[in-house]
Design a binder for this molecule. Structure first.
Ligand code: HAM
Length: 422
């Protein structure tokens, strides 16, 4: 019988035991950024619709087809955040973080929302870990951001991914390229909508997934051939730095990202074990975004968004053994009401000492309670009956070796600590 209520289509739930993988991936990727001095930022789940429309770009699929936009009760148009960079930039401007020490280095983790067609690895609520480094246009930051992502994946034990890299040029390169690309596109026999796209944002046409458009644009001019001297030099330094830290990459001059704000260094991490939804993370530099969303100055930024859901799938595809952590270290088995009261007190003391404890609840008898203890993955079971209670003692069973011993209830915390460490 199906339940009356289901989670909305394309929106995953994360629950034990698999949620432990999700948490490990999210925290490991976040930790890789903390190790490079990125400070945590927590942002609203929804923002003014205009922020995303202007920041991400009206002609992107994300803005034109995929946003969860609605009017709030005050009739303001708000949108569930489809990505994190625009919100971070908004917060940096709003709170004047750009007037402090630069670069501003921030890391975030959480859900984002895109009304895409759900399929394996593509959800309408997706989870990302992202970083943004704002305020300094230094190729060493580009390399740092990329190296953090690479380090995060490696710490998780992931190996079967590729890093694709290109440069999307700067203010000087882009108009020249745009002209060349439009000249090429206008010579093609394009449908009305695609032609319009070519007029407004020609680069988006190269992101068209239809085979006939892909074929027609196979020989389109490439941005990499139109880089200004300074954009080329920036890119060369990024490559040298990546070589130096040992991060392997492939140049992909046809790399087109789904968001409009990218300039200069742009990259994607691709995993070949995932089928169609192979992008496990991506990012790049964004020179014009601050001005675009109303900033008085125009500070450059660089960042990434790593897909937590897809990284979990990639680890599964590679068969990387996920440690399934025990729910708790100690499991209390009380036999009778007085024992239950006593063990509840012991559990509180153990937890206060930082030891995780669960208890058998309900009246399932010794056999059922010991089964629950085994299932919990706990290292030790504390079995307390009336007889032990009368002697102020408790039976401690090592659930791995089966060894049993009695310890005094009055210094049970120290005994348990000793046994767990030993
Ligand atoms: P993005 O490439 O749109 O970039 O998303 C980053 C990652 O989120 C993707 O590589 C993918 O792993 C994951 N992702 C995206 N959509 C879905 C989905 N529907 N289901 C599951 N996973 C998904 C950004 O969002 C930029 N804000 C990244 C960035 C930060 N660029 C500069 N700074």
């Amino acid at each position: 019988m199906s339940a009356e209520f289901q989670a909305p289509k394309g929106i995953p739930d994360y629950y034990p035991p698999a949620s432990a993988d999700f948490v490990r991936v999210r925290d490991t990727l976040t930790e890789a950024a903390s190790l490079a001095g990125y400070g945590h930022i927590e942002l609203p789940i929804f923002e003014d619709t205009g922020l995303f429309a202007r920041g991400v770009g009206e002609s992107t699929d994300v803005v034109s087809k995929e946003m969860y936009t609605f009017a709030d009760r005050g009739d303001r148009s708000v949108t569930l955040r489809p990505e994190g960079t625009a919100g971070v930039m908004r917060a940096v401007i709003q709170h004047g973080l750009d007037r402090g020490q630069l670069p501003v280095k921030l890391v975030y983790a959480g859900p984002f929302f895109r009304y895409e067609r759900p399929q394996a690895g593509r959800y309408r609520q997706l989870q990302q870990v992202g970083v943004e480094a704002i305020g300094v246009d230094d190729p060493a930051l580009d390399a740092e951001v990329i190296a953090i992502a690479d380090e995060g994946y490696r710490r998780l034990g992931l190996s079967g991914y590729r890093l694709e890299l290109t440069s999307l040029g700067d203010d000087e390169s882009r108009p020249r390229y745009r002209e060349a690309l439009q000249e090429f596109l206008f010579r093609l026999d394009l449908d009305e909508a695609t032609r319009k796209r070519a007029e407004i944002n020609p680069l988006r046409v190269l992101d068209d997934k239809r085979p006939e458009i892909k074929e027609a644009t196979a020989n389109a001019p490439l941005m990499i051939d139109y880089l200004s001297d300074s954009a080329r030099e920036h890119f060369e330094v990024v490559r040298k730095l990546l070589d130096n830290v040992g991060v392997a990459y492939e140049l992909n001059p046809r790399l087109v990202r789904g968001l409009d704000y990218y300039t200069k260094t742009t990259f994607e991490f691709v995993h070949d074990g995932l089928g169609a939804q192979s992008g496990i993370g991506g990012g790049g530099r964004y020179d014009g975004l601050m001005r675009q969303i109303g900033g008085k100055q125009d500070l450059s930024g660089i960042g990434f968004g790593l897909g937590v859901d897809r990284t979990v799938l990639a680890l599964q595809a590679e068969g990387v053994e996920q440690a399934s952590p025990a729910r708790c270290s100690v499991f209390g088995v009380p036999m009778g009401a007085d024992a239950k009261t006593e063990l509840a007190g012991v559990a509180a003391k153990l937890r206060a000492a930082g030891i995780s404890v669960d208890l058998a609840y309900g009246d399932r008898g010794l056999k059922g309670a010991m089964k629950a203890a085994d299932r919990s993955g706990a290292h030790l079971a504390l079995v307390l009956g009336d007889r032990e209670l009368a002697d102020r003692r408790v039976e401690v069973k090592d659930l791995k070796t089966g060894e049993q011993q009695q310890v005094s209830l009055d210094d049970v915390v120290a005994s348990v600590q000793g046994l767990l460490e030993g």
